[in-house]
Design a protein. Structure first.
Length: 404
């Protein structure tokens, strides 16, 4: 998942002490925060059986995580413009440690909710402050590295975290509690690197009062473009957020059994094509690419959710990979389609509005599942998400038809 950061107010065009160390530390903090957060994704297989979590409780873990992300995006995205990069990054790492310790000792669903909420804050702070710190400290000879790593960092962390967790738990090298303890140690090491690095943002560069004021704006002439892009983001992120919590559920329904490794691999099958196609789609015109990629996403997702009713392992894996590819291409082209109609002054507010709508809207499916008064069956999920992706396709194509 991608979060917008603001250009540094610090003067980093010239060299400064320990620039190389600072770049490595900032990158490590960004990636490791998401590695720690990703451990919870395949762990859902363990918690589902060990704590007897219901589908509603699993959905609430996803809602809790996104609630933390939304709050940081809306109110605290520019906090590092006042306090500096290091304090906010260290706060993100501390929140990640607290979440991992909460998981290591979790005995009931409410403790998982709290841990996921804390991790939402952690990833939100890392996405804003750590991403900005990476850009600030990028090598002078290779400034593009900063932008590339901010874009790829979260997906790198999520991929590594899910894969490592699945392999470690399935091989029995560590217990779940020991794995979370290792995550704490990893974040402590990152904290040490952060302490030794150079601050790139002067304290008080932006007033404390102003950093709490969300910079969200939607000019009238962009509304139709915005709705097309926002519907694409909400629809695709909704499916992605479902798989964060329910990859183990899908494995159980289709494979006939579930464990942390299977859940981790299934999520990887979604996220790797997502990241790859997000980059590849940048070569093509955004409008036709958005139209075609959202069609690919819808068709593939319909097949994937159909396997809940007619299980097939290979059909699930292939359709999830194609869903991820369509997701990445749709979000990449949707963002470029929206920005093509903006001025430089409008971009920050418009992008903030887009990502805020994506975070809030993508929680809807999990919130519906969590609030259902009766147990949610596989057929109900298949029908509900089929309707979700079809509405996404109709919404995007309908809005595109109205944009001249």
């Amino acid at each position: 998942m991608t979060t917008v950061f603001h250009k540094s107010l610090a003067k980093t065009d010239n060299d400064f002490p320990r620039r190389g160390l600072t770049f490595v530390a900032a990158t490590a903090c960004l990636i490791c925060t998401f590695i720690a957060a990703a451990i919870a994704i395949p762990m859902m297989a363990e918690w589902r059986s060990g704590l007897s979590l219901s589908e509603s409780e699993i959905a609430m873990t996803v809602v809790s995580y996104f609630a933390g992300c939304v709050l940081t995006l809306f109110f605290f995205a520019r906090l590092s413009n006042f306090f500096g990069r290091k304090p906010v990054v260290l706060a993100a790492l501390l929140l990640g440690m607290a979440a991992s310790l909460m998981y290591a000792n979790a005995l009931e669903a409410s403790e998982i909710y709290i841990g996921r909420f804390l991790q939402g804050f952690s990833c939100g702070f890392a996405s804003s402050a750590a991403m900005s710190w990476v850009v600030d400290s990028a090598p002078l000879k290779y400034p593009w590295l900063g932008t590339a790593l901010t874009a790829a960092g979260p997906n790198i962390g999520l991929s590594l975290g899910t894969l490592i967790t699945g392999v470690v738990l399935e091989s029995g090298v560590l217990t779940p509690a020991e794995l979370f303890d290792c995550a704490v140690v990893l974040l402590v090491v990152c904290s040490g690197l952060a302490f030794a690095s150079t601050e790139t943002m002067r304290f008080g560069s932006e007033s404390l009062g102003s950093v709490f004021v969300p910079k969200i704006a939607l000019p009238v002439h962009l509304r139709r473009r915005f709705f097309a892009s926002a519907i694409a983001f909400v629809g695709t992120w909704g499916v992605g957020s479902f798989l964060q919590g329910f990859s183990a559920y899908l494995c159980q329904a289709v494979f006939g059994h579930s464990n942390a490794l299977l859940a981790g691999v299934l999520y990887l099958v979604l996220i790797v094509p997502n990241a790859t196609m997000g980059v590849f789609a940048g070569r093509f015109e955004p409008r036709p690419t958005l139209k075609r990629s959202i069609l690919l996403f819808t068709a593939a997702a319909l097949v994937a959710f159909g396997t809940l009713i007619h299980p097939s392992v290979w059909v699930l894996l292939i359709s999830i990979a194609l869903t991820g590819a369509g997701n990445g291409a749709a979000c990449s082209s949707g963002l470029r389609f929206l920005l093509a109609g903006t001025s430089i002054q409008e971009r920050a507010g418009v992008i903030s509005a887009l990502y805020l709508s994506a975070y809030v809207g993508s929680v809807i499916p999990n919130l519906v599942i969590a609030s259902m008064p009766m147990p949610v069956t596989e057929t109900m999920m298949a029908i509900g998400f089929s309707a979700w992706v079809l509405l996404t396709l109709i919404g995007v194509w309908g809005c595109l038809a109205r944009v001249r």
